[in-house]
Design a binder for this molecule. Sequence first.
Ligand SMILES: NC(=O)c1ccc[n+]([C@@H]2O[C@H](COP(=O)([O-])OP(=O)(O)OC[C@H]3O[C@@H](n4cnc5c(N)ncnc54)[C@H](OP(=O)(O)O)[C@@H]3O)[C@@H](O)[C@H]2O)c1
Length: 333
Amino acid sequence: MTDTSKRKLGSTGPSVSPIGVGFMSFRTGAGPDDEKAARDVVDAALGSGISFFDTADVYGPEHSEILLGRALKGRRDEATIATKFGNALDRGTNPNARINGSPEYVRAAIDASLRRLDVDHVDLYYLHRVDPTVPIEDTVGALKELVEAGKVRHIGLSEAGPKTIRRAHAVHPIAAVQSEWSLFSRDIELSTVPVTRELGIAIVPYSPLGRAWLTGAVRTRSDIKKQLAQHPRFAEENFETNRALADEVVAVAAELEVRPSQVALAWVLGRGDDVVPIPGTRHAEYVRENAGALTVELSSDQADRLGKLADQVAGHRSVQPQNLGTEAPESAK
Ligand SMILES: NC(=O)c1ccc[n+]([C@@H]2O[C@H](COP(=O)([O-])OP(=O)(O)OC[C@H]3O[C@@H](n4cnc5c(N)ncnc54)[C@H](OP(=O)(O)O)[C@@H]3O)[C@@H](O)[C@H]2O)c1
């Protein structure tokens, strides 16, 4: 059985629940329905021992942080809050915004996130995407100042290349690197994971349910959420291949009499104690279901069968592959 106790985010980071909750599904307005859904998700999470919440300034944009802050009102101390800055690409309000890792932007972004979350510090602050024009030493130098000022407890990177992770860690300890990792996406096992393990940095796998493919709920193209309509893995030409692969997860779930999402999460959790997946949802019942993955045990035969799926998946894992695994430029100094 997978260890259900806390997992540590790197050698210097906090101990967190072994599974988190991703708040990217809260993309729409901060209306009463969304607010109730966010509160229900937080209630379900805390009630299931899940206290690690993942958001970002671009989710919504901005609404996700606002809703998480409101849902945690009065119980901030029970939660570990992670948010992100720097990936301004899909801000509906500013379509021309770019990835920004400049020190000035770091300072402005944290103040805006603290205001939206209505907290005086965040526990983990990630650079969402590496800025290809800013040396990582400059970005992490500014983040280190935020730690010293008490606005941020720990620093993380998302989708950073291996050399950039090393350079960043030399400026200030990096607690966690967030990257896509699931039964459908295993490429970081050869690039990022060896470096994070050498340096004592945790991995926070995002999209651990393959953006819903691994829940078994995607049967026809009409089941796809509208924001994923352009995603290569849901494209018409790739759909049947990927559905057949997802059926293998459904088959293993039937063998174990559990849910497919629990099988997918159990596999990710089984990659190591330094791994803390953050399945995303806006449904309280999914939070409880996903928490149930902590007690699911895969046989080695099942893990082997599932481990072969990623090589056969059709379509790239991102609509913006140019922004993944980016290495920052060297400093001109
Ligand atoms: N660092 C980055 O660049 C990055 C990129 C992507 C995501 N993330 C983070 O990672 C989190 C998770 O990634 P993700 O949302 O892309 O993908 P995911 O967790 O693989 O899948 C989320 C999808 O699965 C559905 N779902 C969740 N649990 C389910 C269950 N038990 N049964 C059926 N369906 C279920 C959700 O539905 P509902 O939403 O309708 O509940 C949502 O459509 C995000 O929320 C975000 O915090 C980070």
